[in-house]
Design a protein around this ligand. Structure first.
Ligand code: NAD
Length: 384
Protein backbone atom coordinates (compact mmCIF):
# COMPACT_ATOMS: atom_id res chain seq x y z
CA UNK A 1 0.00 0.00 0.00
CA UNK A 2 2.99 2.28 0.58
CA UNK A 3 3.25 3.58 -2.98
CA UNK A 4 -0.47 4.31 -3.30
CA UNK A 5 -1.74 7.86 -3.54
CA UNK A 6 -3.99 8.89 -0.67
CA UNK A 7 -7.58 9.90 -1.34
CA UNK A 8 -8.71 11.56 1.85
CA UNK A 9 -12.41 11.15 2.63
CA UNK A 10 -14.64 13.59 4.51
CA UNK A 11 -17.88 11.77 5.39
CA UNK A 12 -20.93 13.88 6.26
CA UNK A 13 -23.54 11.85 8.17
CA UNK A 14 -22.78 8.55 9.92
CA UNK A 15 -26.19 6.81 9.87
CA UNK A 16 -27.21 3.83 7.75
CA UNK A 17 -25.40 5.01 4.61
CA UNK A 18 -22.45 6.45 6.51
CA UNK A 19 -21.78 2.89 7.69
CA UNK A 20 -22.20 1.24 4.27
CA UNK A 21 -19.84 3.76 2.66
CA UNK A 22 -17.27 3.51 5.43
CA UNK A 23 -17.37 -0.27 5.16
CA UNK A 24 -16.75 0.12 1.41
CA UNK A 25 -13.68 2.33 1.94
CA UNK A 26 -12.31 -0.13 4.49
CA UNK A 27 -12.72 -3.16 2.20
CA UNK A 28 -11.52 -1.44 -0.96
CA UNK A 29 -7.75 -1.95 -0.82
CA UNK A 30 -8.05 -5.60 0.20
CA UNK A 31 -10.33 -6.60 -2.67
CA UNK A 32 -9.31 -4.12 -5.39
CA UNK A 33 -5.50 -4.13 -4.94
CA UNK A 34 -4.95 -2.87 -8.50
CA UNK A 35 -6.26 0.61 -7.60
CA UNK A 36 -3.55 3.25 -7.47
CA UNK A 37 -5.31 5.22 -4.74
CA UNK A 38 -6.11 4.24 -1.18
CA UNK A 39 -8.93 5.82 0.81
CA UNK A 40 -8.00 7.51 4.06
CA UNK A 41 -10.79 7.97 6.60
CA UNK A 42 -9.78 11.54 7.36
CA UNK A 43 -12.83 13.07 9.00
CA UNK A 44 -16.46 12.28 9.80
CA UNK A 45 -19.10 14.89 10.52
CA UNK A 46 -22.43 15.04 12.38
CA UNK A 47 -23.88 17.33 15.04
CA UNK A 48 -23.74 15.25 18.23
CA UNK A 49 -20.07 15.32 19.28
CA UNK A 50 -20.14 12.44 21.74
CA UNK A 51 -21.86 9.97 19.46
CA UNK A 52 -19.79 11.14 16.53
CA UNK A 53 -16.53 10.52 18.44
CA UNK A 54 -17.76 7.03 19.35
CA UNK A 55 -18.47 6.34 15.66
CA UNK A 56 -15.07 7.73 14.63
CA UNK A 57 -13.33 5.52 17.22
CA UNK A 58 -15.30 2.42 16.22
CA UNK A 59 -14.85 2.81 12.45
CA UNK A 60 -11.39 4.36 12.40
CA UNK A 61 -11.81 8.00 11.35
CA UNK A 62 -8.84 10.20 12.19
CA UNK A 63 -10.88 13.22 13.28
CA UNK A 64 -14.37 14.66 13.72
CA UNK A 65 -16.14 17.92 12.83
CA UNK A 66 -19.60 19.00 14.00
CA UNK A 67 -20.11 21.51 11.16
CA UNK A 68 -20.03 20.17 7.61
CA UNK A 69 -18.69 23.52 6.37
CA UNK A 70 -15.51 22.87 8.33
CA UNK A 71 -15.07 19.56 6.49
CA UNK A 72 -15.52 21.20 3.10
CA UNK A 73 -12.99 23.91 4.07
CA UNK A 74 -10.26 21.44 5.12
CA UNK A 75 -7.17 21.23 2.93
CA UNK A 76 -6.54 17.64 4.03
CA UNK A 77 -9.79 16.35 2.45
CA UNK A 78 -9.97 15.34 -1.23
CA UNK A 79 -13.49 13.91 -1.49
CA UNK A 80 -16.74 14.75 0.27
CA UNK A 81 -19.12 11.84 0.79
CA UNK A 82 -22.68 13.07 1.45
CA UNK A 83 -24.78 10.72 3.63
CA UNK A 84 -27.21 13.23 5.11
CA UNK A 85 -30.99 13.50 4.63
CA UNK A 86 -32.06 14.69 1.17
CA UNK A 87 -32.66 18.35 2.08
CA UNK A 88 -28.95 18.83 2.79
CA UNK A 89 -27.47 17.30 -0.36
CA UNK A 90 -27.61 20.47 -2.50
CA UNK A 91 -26.02 22.91 -0.09
CA UNK A 92 -23.17 20.55 0.81
CA UNK A 93 -22.52 19.42 -2.77
CA UNK A 94 -22.43 22.95 -4.19
CA UNK A 95 -20.05 24.13 -1.45
CA UNK A 96 -17.87 21.04 -1.98
CA UNK A 97 -17.70 21.58 -5.74
CA UNK A 98 -16.80 25.24 -5.25
CA UNK A 99 -14.01 24.10 -2.91
CA UNK A 100 -12.73 21.81 -5.67
CA UNK A 101 -13.56 18.56 -3.85
CA UNK A 102 -14.59 15.33 -5.51
CA UNK A 103 -18.12 14.36 -4.48
CA UNK A 104 -19.86 11.07 -3.79
CA UNK A 105 -23.49 11.84 -3.00
CA UNK A 106 -26.32 9.67 -1.75
CA UNK A 107 -29.52 9.40 -3.75
CA UNK A 108 -31.86 11.00 -4.59
CA UNK A 109 -29.61 13.79 -5.86
CA UNK A 110 -31.96 16.38 -4.34
CA UNK A 111 -35.63 16.92 -3.47
CA UNK A 112 -36.59 18.49 -6.81
CA UNK A 113 -35.24 19.07 -10.31
CA UNK A 114 -34.84 22.78 -9.55
CA UNK A 115 -32.80 22.00 -6.43
CA UNK A 116 -30.61 19.49 -8.28
CA UNK A 117 -29.82 21.71 -11.28
CA UNK A 118 -27.32 24.02 -9.49
CA UNK A 119 -25.63 20.88 -8.14
CA UNK A 120 -25.12 19.60 -11.69
CA UNK A 121 -23.94 23.05 -12.80
CA UNK A 122 -21.54 23.31 -9.85
CA UNK A 123 -19.76 19.99 -10.45
CA UNK A 124 -19.56 20.64 -14.18
CA UNK A 125 -18.19 24.16 -13.67
CA UNK A 126 -15.63 22.95 -11.14
CA UNK A 127 -14.79 19.87 -13.25
CA UNK A 128 -14.74 17.67 -10.14
CA UNK A 129 -15.31 13.89 -10.27
CA UNK A 130 -18.79 13.07 -9.01
CA UNK A 131 -21.10 10.11 -8.58
CA UNK A 132 -24.49 9.33 -7.00
CA UNK A 133 -25.01 6.12 -5.02
CA UNK A 134 -27.63 4.34 -7.10
CA UNK A 135 -25.84 1.26 -5.86
CA UNK A 136 -28.21 -1.45 -7.12
CA UNK A 137 -26.62 -1.17 -10.58
CA UNK A 138 -23.56 -2.73 -9.00
CA UNK A 139 -25.18 -5.84 -7.55
CA UNK A 140 -23.46 -8.43 -9.79
CA UNK A 141 -26.75 -10.06 -10.90
CA UNK A 142 -28.09 -6.62 -11.94
CA UNK A 143 -24.86 -5.79 -13.77
CA UNK A 144 -25.19 -9.18 -15.50
CA UNK A 145 -28.73 -8.22 -16.57
CA UNK A 146 -27.25 -5.13 -18.23
CA UNK A 147 -24.65 -7.29 -19.98
CA UNK A 148 -27.32 -9.68 -21.32
CA UNK A 149 -29.49 -6.81 -22.58
CA UNK A 150 -26.53 -5.03 -24.20
CA UNK A 151 -25.51 -8.32 -25.86
CA UNK A 152 -28.99 -8.40 -27.46
CA UNK A 153 -30.06 -11.61 -25.70
CA UNK A 154 -33.53 -10.25 -25.00
CA UNK A 155 -34.03 -8.72 -28.44
CA UNK A 156 -36.62 -5.99 -28.68
CA UNK A 157 -37.92 -5.15 -25.21
CA UNK A 158 -41.68 -4.93 -24.67
CA UNK A 159 -42.17 -4.68 -20.90
CA UNK A 160 -40.31 -3.38 -17.85
CA UNK A 161 -41.92 -4.01 -14.45
CA UNK A 162 -40.53 -2.97 -11.06
CA UNK A 163 -41.68 -2.93 -7.44
CA UNK A 164 -40.13 -1.64 -4.25
CA UNK A 165 -42.22 -2.74 -1.27
CA UNK A 166 -41.81 -2.03 2.44
CA UNK A 167 -44.13 -2.06 5.47
CA UNK A 168 -42.52 0.09 8.16
CA UNK A 169 -44.81 3.15 8.26
CA UNK A 170 -48.19 1.46 8.74
CA UNK A 171 -48.56 2.54 12.38
CA UNK A 172 -50.30 5.95 12.73
CA UNK A 173 -48.37 6.38 15.99
CA UNK A 174 -45.11 6.84 14.10
CA UNK A 175 -44.14 10.52 14.20
CA UNK A 176 -42.79 12.43 11.21
CA UNK A 177 -39.41 14.11 11.25
CA UNK A 178 -36.35 13.70 13.44
CA UNK A 179 -33.72 11.05 13.74
CA UNK A 180 -34.47 7.99 11.66
CA UNK A 181 -37.87 9.41 10.69
CA UNK A 182 -36.88 12.28 8.40
CA UNK A 183 -38.22 10.16 5.48
CA UNK A 184 -41.78 10.90 6.71
CA UNK A 185 -41.16 14.66 6.72
CA UNK A 186 -41.66 16.15 3.28
CA UNK A 187 -39.39 19.14 4.02
CA UNK A 188 -36.46 16.82 4.72
CA UNK A 189 -37.20 14.11 2.17
CA UNK A 190 -38.82 16.01 -0.70
CA UNK A 191 -41.26 13.16 -1.32
CA UNK A 192 -42.14 9.75 0.07
CA UNK A 193 -41.65 6.47 -1.72
CA UNK A 194 -41.15 8.22 -5.08
CA UNK A 195 -37.81 9.84 -4.21
CA UNK A 196 -36.78 7.23 -1.67
CA UNK A 197 -37.59 3.92 -3.37
CA UNK A 198 -38.87 4.47 -6.92
CA UNK A 199 -35.81 6.64 -7.63
CA UNK A 200 -33.76 3.41 -7.36
CA UNK A 201 -36.17 1.55 -9.67
CA UNK A 202 -36.10 4.42 -12.18
CA UNK A 203 -32.30 4.65 -12.22
CA UNK A 204 -31.95 0.90 -12.78
CA UNK A 205 -34.73 0.94 -15.40
CA UNK A 206 -33.20 3.72 -17.50
CA UNK A 207 -29.74 2.19 -17.20
CA UNK A 208 -31.08 -1.16 -18.44
CA UNK A 209 -33.78 -0.04 -20.86
CA UNK A 210 -33.15 3.60 -21.83
CA UNK A 211 -34.98 6.85 -21.18
CA UNK A 212 -38.52 7.14 -19.81
CA UNK A 213 -40.51 9.41 -22.08
CA UNK A 214 -43.79 10.08 -20.28
CA UNK A 215 -45.62 8.89 -17.17
CA UNK A 216 -49.07 8.56 -15.67
CA UNK A 217 -49.14 8.12 -11.91
CA UNK A 218 -51.22 7.92 -8.78
CA UNK A 219 -50.03 8.43 -5.24
CA UNK A 220 -51.70 7.96 -1.86
CA UNK A 221 -51.00 9.20 1.63
CA UNK A 222 -52.75 6.69 3.86
CA UNK A 223 -52.00 8.42 7.17
CA UNK A 224 -52.91 12.06 6.62
CA UNK A 225 -51.63 13.54 9.90
CA UNK A 226 -48.80 12.62 12.23
CA UNK A 227 -47.09 14.27 15.19
CA UNK A 228 -44.04 16.18 13.99
CA UNK A 229 -40.99 15.40 16.09
CA UNK A 230 -39.63 18.93 15.63
CA UNK A 231 -42.73 20.88 16.73
CA UNK A 232 -44.52 18.29 18.87
CA UNK A 233 -47.72 19.24 16.98
CA UNK A 234 -49.97 17.03 14.86
CA UNK A 235 -49.23 18.12 11.30
CA UNK A 236 -50.38 17.25 7.80
CA UNK A 237 -48.25 14.53 6.19
CA UNK A 238 -46.79 15.79 2.90
CA UNK A 239 -45.15 12.63 1.58
CA UNK A 240 -46.56 9.95 -0.73
CA UNK A 241 -46.95 6.68 1.20
CA UNK A 242 -47.53 4.73 -2.01
CA UNK A 243 -47.04 5.42 -5.69
CA UNK A 244 -47.96 3.52 -8.83
CA UNK A 245 -47.06 4.71 -12.30
CA UNK A 246 -46.94 3.45 -15.82
CA UNK A 247 -44.85 4.90 -18.60
CA UNK A 248 -43.48 4.72 -22.14
CA UNK A 249 -39.77 4.20 -22.63
CA UNK A 250 -38.01 5.87 -25.59
CA UNK A 251 -37.52 2.38 -27.13
CA UNK A 252 -41.29 1.83 -27.31
CA UNK A 253 -41.56 -0.57 -24.37
CA UNK A 254 -44.12 -0.12 -21.57
CA UNK A 255 -43.17 0.30 -17.93
CA UNK A 256 -45.13 -0.46 -14.77
CA UNK A 257 -43.80 0.62 -11.36
CA UNK A 258 -45.16 0.32 -7.82
CA UNK A 259 -43.76 1.34 -4.46
CA UNK A 260 -45.30 1.47 -1.01
CA UNK A 261 -44.40 1.39 2.66
CA UNK A 262 -47.74 -0.33 3.39
CA UNK A 263 -47.15 -3.82 1.95
CA UNK A 264 -47.37 -5.83 5.17
CA UNK A 265 -44.74 -8.54 5.25
CA UNK A 266 -42.31 -6.86 2.87
CA UNK A 267 -39.23 -5.17 4.34
CA UNK A 268 -37.25 -4.16 1.26
CA UNK A 269 -38.55 -6.16 -1.66
CA UNK A 270 -37.09 -4.56 -4.77
CA UNK A 271 -37.92 -6.62 -7.87
CA UNK A 272 -37.78 -6.08 -11.59
CA UNK A 273 -38.76 -8.14 -14.63
CA UNK A 274 -38.01 -7.39 -18.27
CA UNK A 275 -39.74 -9.16 -21.17
CA UNK A 276 -38.12 -9.11 -24.61
CA UNK A 277 -38.92 -10.81 -27.88
CA UNK A 278 -36.41 -13.66 -27.30
CA UNK A 279 -35.95 -13.76 -23.54
CA UNK A 280 -37.00 -12.42 -20.15
CA UNK A 281 -35.09 -11.69 -16.95
CA UNK A 282 -36.18 -11.29 -13.34
CA UNK A 283 -34.35 -10.15 -10.23
CA UNK A 284 -35.21 -9.52 -6.59
CA UNK A 285 -33.26 -7.96 -3.76
CA UNK A 286 -34.15 -10.69 -1.25
CA UNK A 287 -32.24 -13.20 -3.36
CA UNK A 288 -29.80 -10.74 -4.84
CA UNK A 289 -27.18 -13.20 -6.15
CA UNK A 290 -29.64 -14.85 -8.54
CA UNK A 291 -30.78 -13.70 -11.96
CA UNK A 292 -33.77 -15.56 -13.38
CA UNK A 293 -33.49 -16.01 -17.15
CA UNK A 294 -35.87 -17.52 -19.70
CA UNK A 295 -34.75 -17.91 -23.33
CA UNK A 296 -37.34 -18.88 -25.91
CA UNK A 297 -34.55 -20.03 -28.25
CA UNK A 298 -33.73 -23.00 -25.99
CA UNK A 299 -34.83 -26.48 -27.20
CA UNK A 300 -38.52 -26.72 -26.38
CA UNK A 301 -38.18 -29.91 -24.31
CA UNK A 302 -35.78 -28.23 -21.89
CA UNK A 303 -37.05 -24.66 -22.15
CA UNK A 304 -37.84 -22.97 -18.84
CA UNK A 305 -36.71 -20.39 -16.31
CA UNK A 306 -33.05 -20.78 -15.31
CA UNK A 307 -31.87 -19.47 -11.99
CA UNK A 308 -28.37 -18.15 -12.60
CA UNK A 309 -26.34 -18.08 -9.39
CA UNK A 310 -24.12 -15.08 -10.07
CA UNK A 311 -20.97 -16.15 -8.23
CA UNK A 312 -18.57 -17.20 -10.98
CA UNK A 313 -15.33 -15.36 -11.69
CA UNK A 314 -16.37 -14.44 -15.22
CA UNK A 315 -19.56 -12.79 -13.99
CA UNK A 316 -19.49 -9.07 -13.08
CA UNK A 317 -17.28 -8.17 -10.09
CA UNK A 318 -17.15 -11.80 -8.88
CA UNK A 319 -13.47 -12.33 -9.71
CA UNK A 320 -12.81 -9.94 -6.80
CA UNK A 321 -14.44 -12.10 -4.12
CA UNK A 322 -14.51 -15.75 -3.08
CA UNK A 323 -14.80 -18.93 -5.14
CA UNK A 324 -17.63 -19.96 -7.50
CA UNK A 325 -20.82 -20.84 -5.63
CA UNK A 326 -20.24 -18.46 -2.73
CA UNK A 327 -22.47 -15.38 -2.58
CA UNK A 328 -21.76 -11.80 -1.66
CA UNK A 329 -24.34 -9.36 -0.24
CA UNK A 330 -25.92 -5.91 -0.12
CA UNK A 331 -22.86 -4.14 1.27
CA UNK A 332 -20.72 -5.22 -1.68
CA UNK A 333 -22.71 -3.02 -4.09
CA UNK A 334 -21.23 -0.04 -2.25
CA UNK A 335 -17.72 -1.49 -2.39
CA UNK A 336 -18.19 -1.84 -6.15
CA UNK A 337 -19.41 1.73 -6.52
CA UNK A 338 -16.45 3.11 -4.56
CA UNK A 339 -14.07 0.89 -6.56
CA UNK A 340 -15.55 2.15 -9.82
CA UNK A 341 -15.28 5.73 -8.58
CA UNK A 342 -11.59 5.28 -7.72
CA UNK A 343 -11.00 3.61 -11.09
CA UNK A 344 -12.76 6.46 -12.88
CA UNK A 345 -10.43 8.98 -11.26
CA UNK A 346 -7.45 6.94 -12.44
CA UNK A 347 -8.84 6.58 -15.98
CA UNK A 348 -10.15 10.16 -16.16
CA UNK A 349 -13.63 8.87 -17.07
CA UNK A 350 -16.98 9.71 -15.41
CA UNK A 351 -18.34 7.32 -12.77
CA UNK A 352 -21.94 6.61 -13.71
CA UNK A 353 -24.42 7.69 -12.51
CA UNK A 354 -22.95 11.16 -12.39
CA UNK A 355 -24.89 14.14 -11.01
CA UNK A 356 -26.01 14.82 -14.60
CA UNK A 357 -27.42 11.29 -15.00
CA UNK A 358 -29.01 11.34 -11.54
CA UNK A 359 -30.74 14.57 -12.57
CA UNK A 360 -32.53 12.59 -15.30
CA UNK A 361 -33.91 10.23 -12.63
CA UNK A 362 -34.95 13.32 -10.68
CA UNK A 363 -36.92 14.48 -13.74
CA UNK A 364 -38.86 11.21 -13.87
CA UNK A 365 -39.62 11.39 -10.12
CA UNK A 366 -40.90 14.92 -10.54
CA UNK A 367 -43.02 14.04 -13.58
CA UNK A 368 -44.50 11.13 -11.56
CA UNK A 369 -45.45 13.41 -8.66
CA UNK A 370 -46.82 16.08 -11.03
CA UNK A 371 -48.83 13.46 -12.89
CA UNK A 372 -50.40 12.15 -9.68
CA UNK A 373 -51.24 15.69 -8.59
CA UNK A 374 -52.71 16.79 -11.90
CA UNK A 375 -54.22 13.40 -12.82
CA UNK A 376 -52.68 13.72 -16.28
CA UNK A 377 -49.90 12.24 -18.40
CA UNK A 378 -46.62 14.15 -18.02
CA UNK A 379 -43.63 14.31 -20.37
CA UNK A 380 -40.44 13.71 -18.38
CA UNK A 381 -38.08 15.74 -20.55
CA UNK A 382 -35.46 13.05 -19.94
CA UNK A 383 -32.39 13.11 -22.18
CA UNK A 384 -30.84 9.66 -21.70
N1 NAD B 1 -28.30 4.04 -1.78
C1 NAD B 1 -29.22 3.51 -0.98
O1 NAD B 1 -29.68 2.39 -1.17
C2 NAD B 1 -29.71 4.31 0.20
C3 NAD B 1 -30.24 3.64 1.32
C4 NAD B 1 -30.61 4.43 2.42
C5 NAD B 1 -30.48 5.80 2.37
N2 NAD B 1 -30.00 6.41 1.24
C6 NAD B 1 -29.85 7.88 1.20
O2 NAD B 1 -28.76 8.24 2.06
C7 NAD B 1 -29.04 9.46 2.72
C8 NAD B 1 -28.95 9.24 4.23
O3 NAD B 1 -29.87 8.23 4.59
P1 NAD B 1 -29.63 7.31 5.88
O4 NAD B 1 -30.58 6.19 5.79
O5 NAD B 1 -28.18 7.01 6.05
O6 NAD B 1 -30.10 8.32 7.02
P2 NAD B 1 -29.78 8.28 8.56
O7 NAD B 1 -30.89 9.01 9.22
O8 NAD B 1 -29.44 6.90 9.00
O9 NAD B 1 -28.43 9.14 8.65
C9 NAD B 1 -28.42 10.52 8.37
C10 NAD B 1 -27.16 11.10 8.97
O10 NAD B 1 -27.11 12.49 8.65
C11 NAD B 1 -26.63 13.18 9.79
N3 NAD B 1 -27.04 14.59 9.74
C12 NAD B 1 -28.28 15.09 9.75
N4 NAD B 1 -28.22 16.44 9.76
C13 NAD B 1 -26.91 16.78 9.75
C14 NAD B 1 -26.20 18.01 9.76
N5 NAD B 1 -26.84 19.19 9.80
N6 NAD B 1 -24.84 17.98 9.73
C15 NAD B 1 -24.19 16.79 9.67
N7 NAD B 1 -24.80 15.60 9.68
C16 NAD B 1 -26.16 15.59 9.73
C17 NAD B 1 -27.25 12.44 10.97
O11 NAD B 1 -26.53 12.67 12.14
C18 NAD B 1 -27.10 11.00 10.49
O12 NAD B 1 -25.83 10.51 10.87
C19 NAD B 1 -30.41 9.91 2.23
O13 NAD B 1 -30.26 10.82 1.18
C20 NAD B 1 -31.05 8.63 1.72
O14 NAD B 1 -32.00 8.84 0.70
C21 NAD B 1 -29.61 5.68 0.18
Amino acid sequence: MADKKELRIGLIGYGFMGRTHTNAYKRLGDFFPELKHKPVLKVVCARNKERLQAFADQWGYESIETDWRAVVARDDVDAIDICTPNNMHAEIAIAAAEAGKMILCEKPLARTVAEAQPMVDAVEKAGVPNTVYYNYRRVPAVTLAKQLIDDGKLGKIFHYRANFLQDWTISPELPQGGEGLWRLDNDAAGSGVTGDLLAHCIDTAMWLNGGIKDVSAMTETFIKERVHTGTGEVQKVGIDDACIFHCHFDNGSLGLFESTRYARGHKALYTFEINGEHASIKWNLHDLSRLEYFDHRDESIERGWRSIHVTDGDQPYMDKWWVPGLSIGYEHSFVHQVADFFKSIEDGTPCSPTFKEAQETQKVCEAVLNSAKSKSWQETGVDW
